[in-house]
Design a protein around this ligand. Sequence first.
Ligand code: PLP
Length: 395
Amino acid sequence: MVSEKMYELGTKKSTIRTIFEFGQKRAKEIGKENIFDFSLGNPNVPAPDFIKQAILDILDTVSSVDVHGYTVAPGNPDAREALAKSINKRFGVQISGRNLFLTSGAAAAITITFKALSEPGDEFIAFAPFFPEYQCFVESVGGKLVVVPARTDDFQIDFDAFESLVSPNTKAVIVNSPNNPSGVVYSLDTIQRLADLLRRKEKEYGHPIFLISDEPYREIAYDGIDVPYLTRYFENTIVCYSYSKSFSLPGERIGYILVPDEVSDFEKVYGAIAGAARVLTHVNAPSLFQRVIAMCADMKPDLSVYEKNGKLLYQGLLDAGFSCVRPQGAFYLFPKALEEDDYAFCDRAKKYNLLLVPGTDFGCPGYFRAAYCVETQMIERSLPFFKKLAEEYQS
Ligand code: PLP
């Protein structure tokens, strides 16, 4: 009567949602201040004041019909030109509005891109640990997600494992840096090796292999670390960007797909993106927020609290006896669980009201994710409980 697959997707709660709901219930019983909820990647930094100001200016100066009306499907041309100018200035590239397609956030950007590229039998490669939604995004377009196991000592790429999984069926590779959930930024060396390998395989198979750069955390990187801009290193790169994290606008659903001129057969790829958006009922990205991001494209929000939180939690966990790769960006830590079964570990952590997400959900068993886009005081209050949890395992 209905699609069993859709029913399953719509009714089976994700682990993250289940943990979050458990936290809400416990908070009612014992008080919010006693719950240490590290489950959700929802920015706790408020949207910057310049966003509010831009909204007010637009509402004051642009006619209501224009602000709230349909735009052309790729997005308002003036908005795309303004964004292109800003991207060129920031990353030393040369694009124009014709290279951008505005979307409802990164989730839409990624799914539209998968749909645009996908032909029967295609495979899409992701590197563990990875954003779990990739699985259903790829399956929704009839593709197969192939996962390269994690290189757990630093969460860069295991190139031997990767090469063994690339095949003539590989249509695209998706990377996410700064990474959810590992918090790692792919180094320039990693990016150059990735580009070299993809070029070699493109030559061998006689067709393009696209690199999809999912980068909602681009602006959240620490200690001045460089986050390489991938279109500069590999021609067939498509960027999927979102303002959900950088401008703290996850509920407004705004982002873009960038298809550079250098991509093989640009007109065809951009056209397929427009077609995929059409069948996925995109219509247009939210009209008001197209204007808002265009006005604010060059603005730099203060995201320093994430770095402060990341370092505080990292040091606290090390002091408690955990091992963890040093955070370089995004707002997640991905430490090793204190027992092999990460589900059992996260269950045990609940005893101390520590809400953590098992690494298995990200394709990396034996680890857990802690999202630190939370109040700094909550991290401070949580540290003695991480210590108690670790002591349970030591005794
Ligand atoms: N990609 C990654 C790696 C994410 O972590 C998220 C959201 O958490 C998304 C994509 C989706 O972001 P958006 O809110 O822009 O759809």
